[in-house]
Design a binder for this molecule. Sequence first.
Ligand SMILES: [Zn+2]
Ligand SMILES: [Zn+2]
Length: 260
Amino acid sequence: MGNGKKSDGAKSLHNTGFVAAGRLIGNFCLDLLYPRRCPVCDEIVVPTGKIICKKCLDRLVPVQGPRCFRCSKPLMKAEDEFCYDCGGKPHSYNRGIAVFSYGSVLAKSLYQLKYHNRKEYGVFYGKYAARYAEKQIRKWGIEALIPVPIHPKRLAKRGYNQAQVIAQEMGKCLCLPVETGAVKRIHNTKPQKELGASERRKNLEKAFVPGKKKMVWKRVLVVDDIYTTGSTIDAVSKVLKKSGVEEVYFLTIAIGNGQN
Ligand SMILES: [Zn+2]
Ligand SMILES: [Zn+2]
């Protein structure tokens, strides 16, 4: 009996090793066929198998120093509790965290992710975000991740939702479910950057509606690529709270610095 157990154990270990090795070989072949591009310099990553160049990783510096208590935007004065935006208006979400300040490196990289088919950049950011924010996410007691949905027409054209790619990788790293059926985007809204703050808000208020999936979670994390004024997160949060979610938090890869 004992021997049998031992050999079973040895067998399963061997199998696991074999499967893992097979997977490694598979990944290696995939890397040769479709070499990965670096999310920062957009060139082929060297050496093969890495997801970002070493020197480019050093160029990505997460937000440091004093931050807004509500949205996590970097603050000029350490004694302030809220940023200009959060001090002046209430948000429908509870709190949030962003990984990087939105500067030229991030702007270029996130643009490539969104418009130039660089889906793998989302995987990199999802991994990075999971590691960066895990402590905070556990502290908030997050039960599920909700990527900000894009309109079905845009999804069909792009082939993927960048927020969902990020959320899915985070979910994998943190063992958290990713819920995509809770909120639906019904209006193909105009690009937000072409609108002023109040127009932006109005434009978005009507853009999101509850999805078919009944919400069973009380504390969720909305995931998106960029936070500017917070109106997108607010609009999604409003829908989620109407659907029974008690606390809505957010994580974005980048956040604006100033009063934008
Ligand atoms: Zn690079
Ligand atoms: Zn703020």
